[in-house]
Design a protein around this ligand. Structure first.
Ligand code: ME8
Length: 511
């Protein structure tokens, strides 16, 4: 893969109910990086989709008295619609019931058989349908007379059935070597440590087929078995690149994936099983798995089964999509869990969007309209306060690429909002309204610098608030082709003379 290509994925969602804020969070988080890289002139492929096989989906379909395929067709549409409502810039939406995916899963299965990593035996142990996960006995506790997983809190059932196994235990040492060589394969570091310790404590072989239900991809050589849904689901990242056709441009351009964005509940699958499957199949593992925390409502994970859901579509209707996107990305610290509430959403909209960035844009645009007929001339010279603002902006933008390369979105947002704050302060200090009479040349310089700052801030905020930032960039008359991050390398965004268009109010304060 070319260094200027970037392949990013979200988890593919279970179509087992309506999308909730956790889904919105995972998707928007990935979308921000896809957009940032596109703005930095990378060739980007951004994938999302639905994970449609397994017992969990079969049961959800039965509960709705529906055939699983019909059920998935309906719910998958709802998730597809979510990508539009969230303004995701995904290049593809994969469904694991598609033909291209079946072909890919079959190929991976055959590779694992060929490498000698699969054998037939019998599974006896605990299984959680809601997590689609096997658990060891020491991971099971009892609560209110029910057996549950101590890891996820989901209820488990005892399963005994014929099953093919993947020789995961044989990959223990190779996985540890792989983690050691690729220090940033799992981020944040706390999650990496968790995984390394888990692998060091010993891996058991993994059951990779089920015989007690039928909704899945059949094992190519034994149709009594369906392939374990996680082996099936993880493979979506390859089938979307037309694997096994390794001559396909998508595969050549984008594999290995730059980063899989996932929630911490599915870290084991991505950071242990997936690289082991791939190494066994003689395919390079991805560069990174980034595991974000959970969105909490109070102290609990927000999820359908817990009934504590803030509906993203309702929030979008009331507050707006850019507002929700910004809030989720700003408020939840990305490696850890975060609580969300309508109150803190409103505070965030008011403080960062309405009072800071929105106010900066509004005051400068309306001043230039009312006092300069929307035109600002060339900068004639720079005062010490102009230089100070430019220098501070340079310092704050210096590490932004690196922050984004490490998924440090919180630091990124902090720096950008700080630039906006400093620019507002610069306007307060320079008082262009007083300069109009006493020093129009200086007023022109101040406004030019303020517009340049607004342009840069808008491009930097674009991955987070694509709609509103584009309105500002349109009003600044910046050609869409030039809305990239080359100013980080010292280039100016605006020409010598600037002609702007009127800008309507961007963010209304909420109370
Ligand atoms: O796990 N906060 O699908 P899924 C943050 N099909 N993230 C949350 C969340 C919350 N409250 N609730 C869910 C699956 N998520 C599999 C993925 S990938 C090959 C297969 C996140 O619909 C969760 O962590 O249950 C996961 O990353 C994503 O939403 C999809 O969850």
């Amino acid at each position: 893969m070319n260094r200027n290509n970037f392949y990013i994925t979200t988890p593919i969602y279970y179509p087992s109910g309506n999308p909730h804020m956790g889904h919105a969070y995972s998707s928007i988080f990935a979308d921000v990086f896809a957009r940032f890289k596109r703005n930095d002139n990378y060739k980007v492929h951004f994938l999302t989709g639905t994970d449609e096989h397994g017992l969990k989906i079969q049961k959800a379909a039965e509960k709705n008295s529906s055939d699983p395929q019909k059920y998935c067709d309906e719910i998958s549409e709802i998730f597809k619609d979510l990508t539009i409502k969230l303004n995701l810039s995904n290049d593809d939406f994969i469904r694991t019931t598609e033909k291209r995916h079946h072909a890919c899963v079959n190929d991976i299965w055959n590779r694992l058989v060929k490498s000698g990593d699969i054998y037939l035996s019998k599974y006896k142990g605990w299984y959680s349908v809601s997590d689609e996960a096997y658990y060891n006995s020491d991971e099971i506790i009892e609560k209110n007379g029910k057996k549950i997983s101590s890891f996820s809190g989901s209820s488990v059932e005892w399963v005994e059935e014929d099953s093919f196994f993947f020789k995961l235990s044989a990959w223990e040492k190779k996985l540890l070597e792989f983690y050691d060589k690729n220090k940033k394969f799992i981020l944040p570091i706390s999650r990496r440590n968790e995984v390394v310790n888990f692998v060091k404590s010993g891996l058991k072989d993994l059951s990779v087929s089920r015989t007690s239900f039928t909704w899945g991809i059949k094992v190519p050589t034994d149709d009594k078995h369906v392939i374990y849904v996680w082996l099936d689901a993880l493979t979506n990242y390859l089938s979307a690149l037309n694997f096994p056709n390794t001559n396909d441009n998508l595969y050549k351009d984008f594999w290995p994936a730059s980063v899989h964005i996932i929630g911490k509940d599915i870290l084991r699958f991505h950071a242990i099983y997936w690289p082991a499957f791939l190494m066994a199949a003689k395919i390079q593992p991805p560069h990174r798995v980034f595991s974000h925390g959970w969105i909490l409502s109070g102290e609990e994970k927000m999820s359908k089964s817990k009934g504590n859901i803030l509906n993203p579509l309702e929030v979008i209707k009331t507050y707006g999509i850019d507002e929700l996107r910004y809030y989720l990305m700003k408020e939840v610290s990305h490696g850890s869990d975060g609580s969300i509430s309508l109150k803190s959403l409103e505070n965030c909209i008011n403080s960062d969007l309405a009072n800071n960035y929105g106010n900066l844009c509004q005051r400068v645009f309306s001043f230039v309209k009312n006092n300069c007929k929307n035109r600002v001339g060339k900068i004639t010279n720079l005062s010490s306060s102009d230089k100070d603002l430019i220098e501070k902006t340079k310092v704050l933008t210096k590490n932004l690429r690196e922050e984004m390369d490490n998924q440090n979105l919180n630091n990124y947002i902090k720096s950008v909002i700080n630039i906006s704050f400093l620019t507002n302060k610069y306007i307060n200090d320079e008082e262009p309204w007083k300069l109009k009479k006493i020093n129009p040349e200086k007023m022109n310089n101040v406004l030019h610098i303020a517009l340049e700052q607004i342009g840069k801030i808008s491009i930097l905020l674009n991955p987070l608030i694509p709609k509103k930032s584009s309105l500002v960039l349109d009003s600044l008359n910046i050609d869409p082709k030039l809305r990239n991050l080359s100013f980080l390398d010292g280039k100016n965004l605006l020409g010598d003379k600037v002609e702007i268009k009127d800008l309507n109010i961007l963010f209304k304060k909420v109370s």
